[in-house]
Ligand binder design. Structure first.
Ligand code: ADP
Length: 345
C-alpha cells in the first residue's frame, strides 16, 4: 500500500473526497478539541447576537487534526458561504483579488497553508484584514495613482502546520488563535465508529479501538485506516470489521502496534543505525532519508515527538529508549530489547 499522505496540499483526489464525505458538518458533531469547540461556540453565538462578523481565526497544528474541518463547520453554523484557497496557490496579489471582491458581509475566506503565502500577498492582506479595503496601484510611472477599494467585512480563517513561520504582523491580525492537539484513543475510536456508520460498515468495538490506537492521534489517519480495513473486510471476509480483521488489515499495510508506518520506522532506523541515536540535525536526516525537510517537520516528527520516540535538543534530534525498544534494538548501556515480531501485534 502506498504511504498515506497527510498534508492536505499533497493529498490524492480519493483521500480528499473521503475527507470531505466524512467531515463533520456542525460544531456538535466535532469530536474532541473541547476547549476549541467551546470558544468557537461562544464566538459564533456572540457574533450572531451582535450581528457582527466573526473575528479572523488562525488554526495551527499538525496535518489531519481538523483545521479544515473547523473552517468548514463555522460557515454552516453562521449560515454563510465559504471560499477556499491555499498559500501556494496565491502567488501574487492579483490571485487574491477575486476572493476578496467576491467576499460577502460575514462570509468566510479560508486560506490553507497560510505560512506559504509569498510576502507580497501577505502584505496585501494586511489592510484587507484590518480595514476591509485594498489599495490598488493603477497605471505606471508618472501616471500611477493609488485607489482604495472597499471590501465587505469578511472573516479570514487561516490554517497552518507551522505557526512559527508566520510573520508577526500577520499573526497579530488574527484575533483568535487556536492550536489543535493530537487526539486521545477514546476520541479516535468514537470518530472511527461514527465514520464506519457513515460508510455503512459494521465494526466491532474492539476493532474500532484497535484502529484508533494505531492512528497516531490523527483523525485523517483513522479515516484512511478504517477505509483500508473496510476494503479488506469486504474483499477477504464477510464485510464486518472484527478485531482479527482490523489487525490483519493493518499488518498488511505495515502499520505497527504504535501506529507507525514504514516511513516513520525508517526515520527511527536511520536515527538509530546511521546516527547512533543522535543528536543529529534535521538537514542530515533529510539528506539520508532522501525526504524534504518539510515532510520530516510536518508529517513525521510531530507525532514521534509527542509519543516520545524522539526528543528535540539544541544539538538536534535524539532517540529515546522507547525508540530502541520499539524497533527491538538493545538500549545502549542495557541488555533489554523487544523482539521484532511484536511490532505488528
Ligand atoms: P487538516 O485540515 O488539519 O489537515 P482535516 O480537517 O482535513 O485536517 O481533517 C481530516 C479528516 O479527519 C476530516 O475529513 C474528518 O473526517 C476527520 N476529522 C478531523 N477532525 C475531526 C473531529 N474533531 N471530529 C471528527 N472528525 C474529524
Amino acid at each position: 500500500m502506498a504511504r498515506e499522505p497527510l498534508l492536505r496540499g499533497t493529498l490524492d483526489p480519493e483521500t480528499r473526497a473521503r475527507d470531505d464525505a466524512l467531515r463533520p458538518k456542525r460544531l456538535s458533531e466535532v469530536i474532541g478539541q473541547k476547549g476549541v469547540v467551546e470558544r468557537l461556540r461562544i464566538a459564533i453565538n456572540a457574533c450572531k447576537k451582535l450581528g457582527e462578523p466573526l473575528s479572523h481565526i488562525l488554526f495551527d497544528g499538525p496535518p489531519g487534526l481538523g483545521k479544515t474541518t473547523f473552517a468548514t463547520v463555522i460557515p454552516n453554523e453562521l449560515e454563510t458561504t465559504i471560499q477556499m484557497t491555499s498559500g501556494p496557490a496565491l502567488t501574487k496579489p492579483a490571485d487574491l483579488m477575486p476572493y476578496l471582491t467576491n467576499a460577502q458581509e460575514g462570509s468566510i475566506l479560508f486560506i490553507d497553508e497560510i505560512h506559504r503565502l509569498p510576502r507580497v500577498v501577505e502584505e496585501f492582506l494586511y489592510t484587507a484584514m484590518e480595514d476591509f479595503r485594498v489599495d490598488l496601484v493603477l497605471g505606471e510611472g508618472l501616471h500611477a495613482r493609488t485607489v482604495s477599494l472597499p471590501l465587505k467585512r469578511f472573516t479570514l480563517i487561516g490554517a497552518t502546520t507551522r505557526s512559527g513561520m508566520l510573520s508577526g504582523p500577520l499573526r497579530d491580525r488574527f484575533k483568535m488563535h487556536e492550536h489543535l492537539e493530537f487526539y486521545s484513543t477514546e476520541e479516535l475510536a468514537e470518530i472511527v465508529k461514527i465514520n464506519a456508520r457513515k460508510l455503512k460498515t459494521p465494526i466491532e468495538e474492539e476493532a474500532a479501538w484497535e484502529i484508533a490506537q494505531r492512528s497516531r492521534g490523527t483523525p485523517r489517519l483513522a479515516n484512511t485506516r478504517l477505509w483500508w480495513a473496510r476494503n479488506f473486510a469486504a474483499s477477504e471476509h464477510e464485510g464486518v470489521i472484527t478485531l482479527e480483521i482490523a489487525r490483519a488489515a493493518l499488518q498488511m499495510a505495515e502499520i505497527d502496534v504504535a501506529g507507525l508506518d514504514r516511513q516513520d520506522r525508517r526515520y527511527l532506523e536511520v536515527l538509530l543505525d546511521v546516527f547512533g541515536g543522535g543528536p543529529v540535525g534535521v538537514e542530515a536526516l533529510s539528506a539520508t532519508l532522501n525526504l524534504p525537510q518539510d515532510t520530516l517537520a510536518d508529517e513525521i516528527e510531530p507525532y514521534l515527538l509527542r509519543a516520545q520516540f524522539i526528543v528535540r535538543t539544541p544539538r538536534g534530534r535524539v532517540a529515546t529508549p522507547k525508540a530502541y525498544e520499539h524497533l527491538g534494538r538493545p538500549i545502549p548501556g542495557t541488555a533489554s530489547s523487544m523482539p521484532q515480531g511484536q511490532l505488528f501485534g
